[in-house]
Each structure stands twice: as structure tokens, then as C-alpha cells.
Design a binder for this molecule. Structure first.
Ligand SMILES: [Mg+2]
Length: 252
């Protein structure tokens, strides 16, 4: 977990804050959720991708010397990318040819409609989102996944885990082009809203790069940092509201 000064909150406290914004006369809040590493633990997807690559004939023929290490692969919740995972499994991290091959093979599978079916929601995530949705508060899933490679699977996986979707109060927004920068795309999308329509906008997000840009450009957005894993490129802002799960019954 990230070692910065964050304000750890209980999911129930955040839900109560959001509920307080409900006013039958006035505008409603809008609650935006990122998907990867915010609502969904992607480490099972990462594990499946690496194991499947290692079982292809092409991989076995090219890298027979490392194949046995791939049997040791076990991803953890805070894994980011595959380098640490492979090091832990005993693979020599200076093997340039291997890592170059994996980068390509990993991206094809990891960013695909097929493999996102291995994602698993964090504890309590589906119920938490449903509780907000049932209050009549609009929900948006705003993701750096792109339409072409991941729209269909994203919808299927949200529905498989009973997240609200496909009504006017629960929508999925993906990048129209994969090349777009995640942080800029998310920031621009929020800017494109008529902000006056909402009493407050909440954004649940795990990636500090996204949080920091949106905080700078749109300071009125209320951020909730989901402390799972992130790229490590930037630290999250200090004293940001932080969650580590979504369990509403946890009184600890
Ligand atoms: Mg994310």
C-alpha cells in the first residue's frame, strides 16, 4: 500500500456523505468510478495472461530455459505490470529478449474483451455501487479501457458481477481511441459535463496520475483514492479520502 499521509475512510462514511447531498428539489450528485484496480482487482487477469503466454508453442520453443519458473507465478493484489511478478517467480529480470516478447504478448491479451473476464470485484464493490444507484444517483464507469478492444467484455463483466448498467443512471464510458492518454481523457470527459447539473461530482480512482491532473484542473471534484495498486509514477495527494475496500458492514 502507498506510504503517504492519506485519510482512511470507511465506505459507510463516504456513502453517508453522498446521501446527504440528495435533495429532491435541487440537483443530484454524480458518482464516477474507475474500473481497473478501483472496482476490479485485475491481478487474476494478469496471472492468467502470463500463464497462457507461457503455454503457447511459440513461447516454449523460444524460451525453454525459463518455462519452469512460470509454474511459480502467483499475482498479488498490489502487483502492477508483470516485471515484479516474474522476478518473484524466479525469472532473471535482465533477460531483455524475454521481456520484450512478453511486453507485446501481454498487451494483446491483457487489453482484450476475453481476458477481463478474469477480473474480480474488490470486497463489497458491487453492493456499494448498487446502494448509490438505488438512491437514484447517476453512476458513470469512466475507464481508460478503449472501445475497440474492451467495450463488450467490460459490459459483460459488470453485468456478471451485478453492477448496475445500461439505464440512464448507470453508464459506461471508454476511450474512443486506445492511444489517448488516460488522465487527459478522463479530465476532458468530466470537463465536457454541464457541471451545474450536479450538486457534487465524486470520482473513485486508484491512479494518482489521473487524480492529480483532475484535482489541478477541476478542484471542485471530490476525489476518493482507492489504495490498491498504481503505476508509481506519482504519489497520491496527501490527506485525500482513501478506501481499501467497499464493505459497508465493516465496523472496524
Ligand atoms: Mg484504474
Amino acid at each position: 500500500m502507498t506510504q503517504v499521509k492519506t485519510t482512511l475512510k470507511k465506505p459507510k462514511e463516504i456513502l453517508t456523505e453522498i446521501k446527504k447531498l440528495l435533495n429532491p428539489e435541487g440537483p443530484k450528485p454524480l458518482v464516477i468510478f474507475d474500473l481497473d484496480s478501483t472496482l476490479f482487482d485485475v491481478s487474476p487477469r494478469l496471472e492468467k495472461v502470463l500463464i497462457d503466454i507461457s503455454m503457447t508453442n511459440d513461447f516454449i520453443q523460444r524460451f525453454p530455459e525459463v518455462n519452469s519458473y512460470f509454474r511459480n507465478i502467483k499475482t498479488l493484489r498490489n502487483d502492477w505490470g508483470f516485471i515484479k511478478v516474474l522476478k518473484r517467480a524466479g525469472v532473471d529480470h535482465d533477460h531483455y529478449e524475454l521481456f520484450d516478447y512478453l511486453r507485446h504478448a501481454w498487451a494483446i491479451r491483457f487489453f482484450s474483451n476475453e481476458y477481463i473476464h478474469h477480473d474480480v470485484p474488490y470486497d463489497g464493490a458491487s453492493l456499494f455501487v448498487n446502494r448509490i444507484h438505488k438512491l437514484g444517483i447517476p453512476i458513470v464507469y469512466l475507464t481508460g479501457r478503449d472501445v475497440q478492444r474492451m467495450e463488450l467484455g467490460s459490459k459483460e463483466v459488470l453485468q456478471k458481477w451485478d453492477f448496475p448498467l445500461n439505464d440512464k443512471n448507470a453508464t459506461l464510458v471508454l476511450k474512443p481511441q486506445k492511444e489517448m492518454d488516460d488522465a487527459q481523457f478522463k479530465c476532458d470527459w468530466i470537463k465536457s459535463l454541464n457541471l451545474k447539473e450536479y450538486s457534487k461530482i465524486y470520482l473513485f480512482e486508484n491512479e494518482p496520475v489521473n487524480i492529480n491532473l483532475i484535482k489541478k484542473e477541476l478542484p471542485e471534484v471530490e476525489m476518493v483514492f482507492f489504495d490498491s495498486t498504481h503505476s508509481g509514477k506519482e504519489p497520491p495527494p496527501s490527506e485525500i479520502n482513501t478506501l481499501i475496500h467497499y464493505l459497508l458492514d465493516d465496523e472496524s
